[in-house]
Write a protein that binds this ligand. Structure first.
Ligand code: R5P
Length: 293
């Protein structure tokens, strides 16, 4: 079976590096946005039996339509197998109806992806009440990898004594794993989310005086969670607060908020392209793609 990677805009560099490791070719999908934001998608001319699409699904609404257009068109032209490498997987947070009438978007988008794709490789999806991605994206080969060993190697490479903190209960799984591998102490704060941009953080009761703290979270979006945690840590005497995140969503103003909270270093994996990317997932993703070839 002839296989190639097709990259969406913004992901060609990563796709090419991975393709080179795997000794397969990478081609660019071109996307044009008309003034009303409709998308025109142009596929590579060369056709393959197995196409591996590379596209992180942050800011997903347009991208989902472009993915749909791509997959339908590939099937029409005879592509037998379509795999998606989406280091960040969207629409995972709404896994139940919190209010009457609220759509459970995780289920709807999961089924939609399942109808389009044979395989999905993703990194640390934000699953909360649903444990397994198989339950979300049925009848598709789902491969979930974790970035936490790489985050832990990064912490080790700093060669400093640090205390790791997860800003909420959901972050326990990530911070615990990073702490175990990097042999660092860790604890987890409590968070109450009052709105998209309003959270209340309660720190665990330990002595922060003169401590160097690194906050570990899977996603930073508005930045309110980590900024408020950093404010509290500094008011309790911490000497430095840094953050490491897997998925650098960073909505507008998030970086300014982190800077105002005096967070010194902002480090992230390249699951979503961002200037803070310092931890490459490319080898990890290449290993998983190899298992599909
Ligand atoms: C929530 O459970 C996640 O792990 C993050 O803490 C959350 O998405 C961060 O959101 P924000 O940056 O908007 O506070």
């Amino acid at each position: 079976m002839q296989t190639a990677i097709y990259t969406f805009p913004g992901y060609h560099e990563e796709g090419e590096e991975i393709a080179e490791t795997l000794k397969i070719s990478a081609h660019e999908i071109k996307v044009h946005h008309f003034p009303d934001k409709e998308s025109r998608v142009t596929l590579p001319e060369k056709k393959y039996d197995h196409v591996i699409l590379f596209l992180s699904l942050d800011y997903p609404n347009n991208k989902l339509v472009e993915l749909f257009l791509t997959c339908k068109s590939l099937r029409q032209q005879g592509t037998q197998r379509i795999s998606l490498v989406a280091p960040y997987l969207c629409y995972m947070r709404q896994d139940k109806s919190f209010q009457p009438g609220e759509v459970i978007s995780q289920q709807v988008i999961g089924q939609w992806l399942s109808d389009l794709l044979d395989d999905i490789i993703t990194v640390d999806p934000h699953l909360h009440r649903i444990q397994s991605l198989d339950a979300v994206i049925p009848e598709t080969n789902t491969i979930v990898v974790s970035a936490t060993p790489l985050l832990a190697e990064f912490v080790k490479s700093l060669n400093k004594t640090v205390h790791l903190i997860g800003p909420d209960e959901e972050s326990l799984q990530w911070v615990k794993s990073v702490a175990q591998i990097s042999d660092s102490p860790y604890s987890v704060a409590k968070k109450e989310r009052l709105s998209d941009t309003h959270v209340e953080i309660q720190l665990p009761e330990i002595d922060y005086n003169n401590q160097h703290v690194i906050l570990i979270d899977d996603v930073i979006s508005t930045g309110h969670t980590v900024s408020q945690t950093a404010d509290k840590l500094y008011s309790e005497g911490a000497k430095q607060v840094d953050v490491i995140t897997t998925h650098a969503l960073f909505s507008k103003d998030a970086i300014a908020l982190l800077n105002n909270a005096k967070i010194k270093n902002i480090w992230s994996s390249n699951s979503i392209s961002h200037p803070s990317n310092l931890i490459s997932l490319n080898d990890l993703l290449a290993q998983q793609i190899r298992s599909l070839l």
